[in-house]
Ligand binder design. Structure first.
Ligand SMILES: *Cc1c(COP(=O)(O)O)cnc(C)c1O
Length: 396
């Protein structure tokens, strides 16, 4: 059926790709071994170091985020190693399954999918591991299935208070470039990210940031690896080249994305997402609906997951917003399937896109017969105008 106007893609990744990035990708393929390519590769690698806030190693894989998850584990660990993971939601669960399938022994701290990882539980478990059998602690920074954020600095503190030598691995696939991430300052050992969320690119690139401690662990790690081998990247990367064909056109796009992030300024990018998160949450509360994340300290500014009242199908509601308003909202995954829908407010996104999205949600609630209070959109407008006025006053 013909649809007029622009499709509203408001899922929490893949996010909308700005025209500037589409134009940058739309170039002839180049010789990835030729003299001009080194600059492209070098710019991408150094640019990503700035985004991760690290001066240590960064590698780029032509792969989805899942590839960089696997790379983090196979480069640093050996068969049968114990890893401590935390059940924040669907993505933490998938990472655990991956760990198991490559011969690790993950220990999963159970969570209720309504908050980030609990540093107290992690510290307690590490303290009881007196023989240091646990080789890595793995957490998800922004759990995209629930809209919960883990306070990474607190996890670092928990590991240090326990006096435990485990590596700290953080999946920031949907956090990076939307909410603050400080690889060096937070003492992260391996970070994992992907191109299609805060980085505003199409899916297809993934990243590891790697600490000196993780590089040392890689020297002893016995899990088999070839495509994911960090060491094979090191030599060619020094001059901006890769051991196999990189995703050349995606790297043009990545360099444009990094330029856009630096033009806006990373701190401004984070502040922008914070405004969206706050306004979206105020709208949800006004509707009288429940936010899936129950811990305000862990609210995500990347997306908001909303629980529908008992007896109402979130998937039927999403179907309504798609049919009536040509808007895609995120679905509930596994445990919360059909119970929640997710509003993505990340990446190449502005106030009016948020208002359009929230309007679509409020109209959709009405059409679907979901009990709610009116006025969420109005409250979100007030929130955005108040914070815009405050920001303008601060800038004067
Ligand atoms: C999107 C996402 C993934 C999966 O990444 P793919 O690119 O689909 O492999 C993993 N973890 C988190 C937190 C994500 O948001």
């Amino acid at each position: 059926m013909f649809k007029s106007g622009r499709h509203f893609l408001q899922i929490p990744g893949p996010s909308n790709v700005p025209d500037r990035i589409l134009r940058a990708i739309d170039m002839p393929t180049m010789d990835h071994r030729g003299p001009a390519f080194g600059d492209v590769g070098h710019q991408a690698i150094t640019g990503m170091k700035a985004v991760f806030k690290t001066e240590q190693q960064v590698v780029i894989f032509p792969a989805s985020g899942t590839g960089a998850w696997e790379a983090a584990l196979v480069n640093t660990l050996s068969p049968g190693d114990r890893v401590l993971m935390y059940e924040t939601g669907h993505f933490a669960t998938l990472w655990r399954t991956l760990a198991e399938s490559i011969g690790l022994r993950p220990e999963f701290i159970a969570g209720d999918w309504r908050g980030g990882a609990d540093p107290v539980a992690i510290e307690e478990r590490l303290k009881s591991d007196t023989s240091h059998e646990i080789k890595a602690v793995c957490v998800v920074h922004n759990e995209t299935s629930t809209g919960s954020m883990t306070q990474v600095a607190e996890i670092r503190k928990a590991i240090d208070s326990a006096g435990h030598p485990a590596l700290l691995m953080v999946d920031s696939i949907s956090g990076l470039a939307s909410i603050d991430f400080r690889f060096d300052e937070w003492g992260v050992d391996v970070a994992i990210s992907g191109s299609q969320k805060g980085l505003m690119l199409p899916p297809g690139l993934s990243f590891n940031a790697i600490s000196a401690k993780a590089v040392a662990a890689a020297k002893k790690a016995q899990l088999p690896r070839s495509y994911w081998d960090w060491d094979a990247m090191r030599g060619p990367n020094e001059k901006g080249y890769f051991p196999y064909t990189p995703a050349t056109n995606m790297l043009y796009g990545l360099n444009e994305a990094i330029a856009m992030l630096m033009e806006e300024g990373l701190e401004n990018v984070f502040a922008r997402h914070a405004r969206f998160g706050e306004a979206a949450r105020q709208a949800v509360r006004t509707w009288g609906l429940e936010i899936l994340c129950s811990n305000p300290k862990h609210f995500s500014n990347v997306l908001t997951a909303v629980i529908l009242p008992d007896g109402h199908s979130a998937d039927a509601f999403r179907r309504t917003t798609l049919d009536h308003f040509d808007m895609s909202l995120g679905n509930g995954l596994s445990k919360v399937a059909d119970r929640v829908f997710r509003i993505g407010h990340l990446g190449n996104f502005n106030d009016l896109m948020l208002m359009g999205t929230l309007s679509g949600v409020e109209m959709g609630l009405k059409i679907s017969g979901v009990p709610h209070n009116r006025g969420g959109v109005q409250i979100a407008m007030d929130s955005l105008t108040n914070s815009a006025t405050a920001a303008a006053a601060a800038a004067e």
